[in-house]
Design a binder for this molecule. Sequence first.
Ligand SMILES: Cc1cc2nc3c(=O)[nH]c(=O)nc-3n(C[C@H](O)[C@H](O)[C@H](O)COP(=O)(O)O)c2cc1C
Length: 201
Amino acid sequence: MSKVLYIKANARTDVESRTFQISNSFIETYKEKNPEDEIIEIDLYEAGLQFLPKGKMNELREAVEQSDRNHPILKFAYQFYDADKYVIAEPIWNLGIPAILKAYIDYVAVGGITFTYTEKGPVGMCHSKKAVNIITRGGDYSSEPVESLEMADKYLRNIFGFMGITDFTTIAADRLDVITEDTDKLLQDATNKAVKVAEAF
Ligand SMILES: Cc1cc2nc3c(=O)[nH]c(=O)nc-3n(C[C@H](O)[C@H](O)[C@H](O)COP(=O)(O)O)c2cc1C
C-alpha cells in the first residue's frame, strides 16, 4: 500500500480552480486504479502554515535532534518523508509558485529529515519516491526568451530533486489566459494527460 500526499496550493476553491479541475481528475483516476492506497490531501490554505518563526530556529534544530514528530512545524516534514508519492497542484503566480507553497517547502525541506549534510554537501533522504506536478499557467513558457522566466515548475523539480525525489513528471495546461485560445480544449487536453499519467503512477 502506498501513501500519496496530495498538496494543493491555490487561493481558489475546488469549484473555481482550473488547476484543481485537472488535479482532482488525476486523484479520482488514481483512486480507482489503487483503491487500497492512502491519499492524504493537504490544502495548504487550511493547514495553518506560517512563515518560519523569527527567533525560533535554534528551537527548531533541537526539535529535529530530538526527532519530535509532533512538533507543529516538523510534523509536516515527517509527513512528507513518510509519503511514497506526491501530487502537487498549483497555478503559476508571478513567475513562481504561490507563496504558501514556498512556506510549505520551508517546512518540509529540513536537514536531518528530508535531506542530510555529508562531507560532499547536502544529500536527499527521500529515496524511491515519485512526484507529479500539475500546474496551470496563463501564458506559454515553451520556448525562449520566456522559457527561462518560468520558475514555478522548475523550482519544484529542483527542490524535490534536492530532497532525493528525481522521478518528477509535469502535467501543464498553458496559455489559459490567452484570449484567442479555446480554454476548454486546453483544459480537456491536460485532464486527458492527467488521467493517463494517473493510471500508471
Ligand atoms: C496572482 C496571480 C499571478 C499570476 N501570475 C502569472 C504568471 O506569472 N504567469 C502566467 O503565465 N500566469 C499567471 N497567472 C495566471 C494563472 O497562473 C492562470 O490563470 C491559472 O490558470 C490560474 O489557475 P486556477 O484557475 O487554478 O487559479 C497569475 C494569476 C494570478 C491570480
